[in-house]
Ligand binder design. Structure first.
Ligand code: AMP
Ligand code: ZN
Length: 450
């Protein structure tokens, strides 16, 4: 870290299709990281790249067609038009999930000279070789290759199915520069002839161009560990001769009906589809916050519905508590204890689920309601759930939230006489309470001036 600034690079979208909520779960990771670091007093600088060339349909085995060109052909548009359209929609979808904007969004096609320069250095240093205009990285020249993903070169040979270019020295060698061949679009001149870059070299070039050859954190999805990040390490360290990234963080995959949510497999949901079903997009954010970033998360509509209800309830509480002037005042020390624990949770490898559990604990604690509201509003700088949103929408009469809390406790203790009495008291204040399987629901029956 230099000058109190934590520098972060995150692999961004390949802009050939709409992003799905699985992609967005991965893009939430750097957002949560920056929000948490800033909450803890650091500054951050986040770079998220836009891949608009070089990502092949079979990236595990370094084969297939460029995804951008497949979409360009299918939609009868230029690769630039495809990139512009899906980049704009990615920005919109990310904003709906309160994913804050990165400081830089470099596009791969704007960094071709930097990529060519890195490839030239790798050849000069004996890490890469040119065969007929295609340049491969020689993995045998970089002994730590496989360390991040725990892949041995033997496993790499065993895993290399089907046809392997016979000109490769090792079946696991990966492409740095691909000869244009049949390609007529997205082709650049290079010392090895016309062609286009491999996907992996893009991230080495853009990360080091914008953040320098030593930076703090690199994030991506779990599926990026191999081959993408393994290759990035081999390239960046092969050129510089030293460690470039201090810490790697990988987000767990979002699963749908037992398999990975994937653009290519067609089993995915967009934010728009969740909205069409009546969900607040931030309900997805709430759902994602309940799982540790590195674990897999099963997505289901039932789970999302639960998150949507919980989020609305939480906002309503914040609204009620921010207006509750008759709350019992308790010492500030209780609130300070909660604040310390919140900070400890986010500082502990971004343990947001622990922070969410703390919210539940706080809600049911006897910390003064005003203090609860201000803690929750402050934590929302990290959580990004718009917890203050309902304050403008739901105005409970003074004292009602205390009664609602007391009634919830009475119901939990099966003290139905008290709970009925409290329901009547609430009714007289203009708050109608109904009991549902998920707990009590309320609505105001008289309009109240703010
Ligand atoms: P892509 O646009 O395919 O390059 O993917 C963009 C990012 O989304 C990558 O960092 C992937 O790791 C991530 N990603 C893809 N599928 C999922 C998923 N099902 N769950 C979480 N992240 C994913
Ligand atoms: Zn990348």
């Amino acid at each position: 870290m230099r000058d109190g600034v934590v520098r972060i690079y995150s692999c961004g979208p390949t802009v050939y299709r709409y992003v799905h909520v699985g992609n967005l779960r991965t893009f939430m990771l750097p957002d949560l990281l920056c929000r948490s670091l800033e909450y803890l007093g650091y500054q951050t600088e986040l770079v998220m790249n836009i891949t608009d060339v070089g990502h092949l349909t079979d990236d595990m085995f370094d084969r297939g067609e460029d995804k951008m060109l497949v979409s360009a052909r299918m939609e009868n548009k230029s690769p630039q038009e495809i990139a512009a359209h899906y980049t704009a929609s990615f920005m919109d979808d990310a904003a709906k999930l309160n994913i804050r904007r990165a400081a830089h969004y470099p596009q791969a096609t704007q960094y071709i000279p930097q990529m060519i320069s890195l490839i030239g250095k790798l050849i000069a240093l004996g890490h890469a070789y040119d065969v007929g205009g295609t340049v491969y990285y020689d993995i045998a020249s970089f002994p730590p290759y496989g360390k991040l993903s725990r892949n041995t070169t033997d496993k790499l040979i065993a895993g290399s199915r089907g046809e392997v270019d016979p000109r490769k020295r090792h079946p696991g060698d990966f492409t740095l520069w691909k000869a244009a061949g049949e390609h007529r679009l997205q082709v650049w001149p290079s010392p090895w002839g016309p062609g286009f870059p491999g996907w992996h070299i893009e991230c080495s070039a853009m990360s080091m161009a914008l953040l320098g050859d030593r930076f703090d954190i690199h994030t991506g999805g779990a599926d990026n560990v191999f081959p993408h990040h393994e290759a990035e390490i081999a390239q960046s360290e092969g050129v510089t001769g030293h460690r470039v990234v201090s810490c790697w963080m990988h987000g767990g995959l979002l699963m749908l009906r037992g398999t990975r949510m994937a653009k290519s497999a067609g089993n995915f949901l967009r934010v728009l589809e969740l909205e069409e079903q009546g969900f607040d997009p931030l309900a997805f954010r709430y759902l994602a916050l309940q799982a540790k970033y590195r674990t897999k998360l099963n997505f289901s509509i039932e789970g999302l519905a639960g998150a949507d209800r919980a989020l609305r309830q939480l906002r309503a509480r914040v609204a009620a508590w921010s207006n509750d002037t008759h709350a019992l005042e308790r010492g500030e020390t209780d609130a300070a204890g909660y604040e310390d624990r919140f900070r400890a949770a986010i500082a502990d490898d971004l343990d947001i689920p622990a922070a969410m559990a703390l919210i539940a604990e706080l809600i049911h604690s006897d910390v003064a309601t005003g203090a609860k509201a201000s803690l929750l509003s402050s934590w929302d700088h990290v959580l990004g759930l718009d917890l203050d949103r309902a304050a403008a929408e739901v105005l409970l009469p003074d004292g009602a939230s205390v009664l609602l809390d007391a009634r919830e406790k009475a119901r939990a203790a099966k003290d139905f006489a008290t709970s009925d009495r409290l329901r009547d008291e609430l009714a007289s204040l203009g708050v109608a309470v109904t009991d549902t399987a998920e707990g009590q629901r309320w609505k105001t029956t008289t309009k109240r001036s703010p």
